[in-house]
Design a binder for this molecule. Structure first.
Ligand SMILES: Nc1ncnc2c1ncn2[C@@H]1O[C@H](COP(=O)(O)OP(=O)(O)O)[C@@H](O)[C@H]1O
Ligand SMILES: [Mg+2]
Length: 247
């Protein structure tokens, strides 16, 4: 579903990602971990074109982006890739002046030109999936952080992505609110969504991930199934990271 080859990213002199190779199967759940500043967010942002990689190739589904392509072709490739990928951030970024249902249905109505009635049906289905149908006419400011993040997930799903990217979706939440967001993500995983999740929730990684990728200093240092990664990390860097976070 996703293939990344020789991807690098620099911000002027600062090299943030170096020679990244990743292959992700359809329906695979990959958890990306690593110390702060290791390049996890930049990698996710490169995958859907929020940042332009300096070098390398990205394939999502049948769409390829290559650093060596022309400017217009690259733009079009990322436009196509963005149709296939949904992204959920640490900050929920809901539209404050729209109610919950409007937040969810706006993009499909405008970008996908789905008629209102059909969009409302879709929005209500997604809100009930994340357990918030009864909040559909509330404004975001009246919701808890956990509820807002669940709306943000529903909003992203409304565009029918084939891949979901999550960048620390529970890091801004009080501990008692993380569970409701993680359980929505778990449910998505069991329904066969392809997901890349950056998180510090190691229990989620152990329980849900098919594979854990450990990054530090802009490189993938090691990867493996969760049991292996947590029990017998191969690199000293990963051992140190796991000790520091108390795993
Ligand atoms: N827009 C940017 N301009 C310059 N440096 C950036 C930019 N975005 C990220 N960085 C730098 O890239 C490195 C990796 O950041 P990031 O991808 O956010 O790491 P992580 O998500 O693993 O904490 C950091 O050193 C950060 O300061
Ligand atoms: Mg980050």
């Amino acid at each position: 579903m996703i293939e990344v080859n020789k991807l690098s990213k620099s911000f002027s002199e600062l090299v943030v990602l170096q020679d990244i190779h990743i292959q992700i199967r359809s329906q695979e759940i990959v958890v990306l971990v690593g110390p702060s500043g290791s390049g996890k967010s930049t990698l996710l942002r490169c995958l859907n074109g929020l940042e332009e990689p300096s070098e390398g190739t990205i394939r999502v589904g049948n769409t390829r982006w290559e650093a060596s392509m022309g400017v217009q072709a690259k733009k079009q490739a990322f436009r196509d890739i963005r149709w296939l990928t949904g992204m959920v951030f640490q900050s929920f970024n809901l539209f404050p002046h729209m109610n919950v249902l409007e937040n969810v249905i706006m993009a499909p109505m405008i970008a996908r030109k789905i008629p209102k009635e059909q969009a409302v049906q879709l929005g209500e289905d997604l809100l009930s999936k994340v357990g918030l149908l009864e909040k559909k006419i509330e404004y975001p400011s009246r919701l808890s952080g956990g509820q807002q993040q669940r709306v943000a997930i529903a909003r992203s799903l409304a565009m029918k992505p084939q891949v979901m990217l999550f960048d620390e979706p529970t890091s801004a939440l009080d501990p008692e609110l993380t569970g409701e967001v993680l359980s929505v993500m778990k449910q998505l995983a069991t329904e066969g969504m392809t997901m890349i999740v950056v998180t510090h929730e190691m229990r989620f990684a152990r329980e849900v991930a098919d594979r854990v990728i450990f990054m530090s200093d802009g490189k993938i240092q090691e990867e493996g199934v969760p049991d292996q990664f947590f029990a017998e990390p191969k690199t000293e860097r990963a051992r140190k990271f796991l000790r520091q976070i108390g795993e």
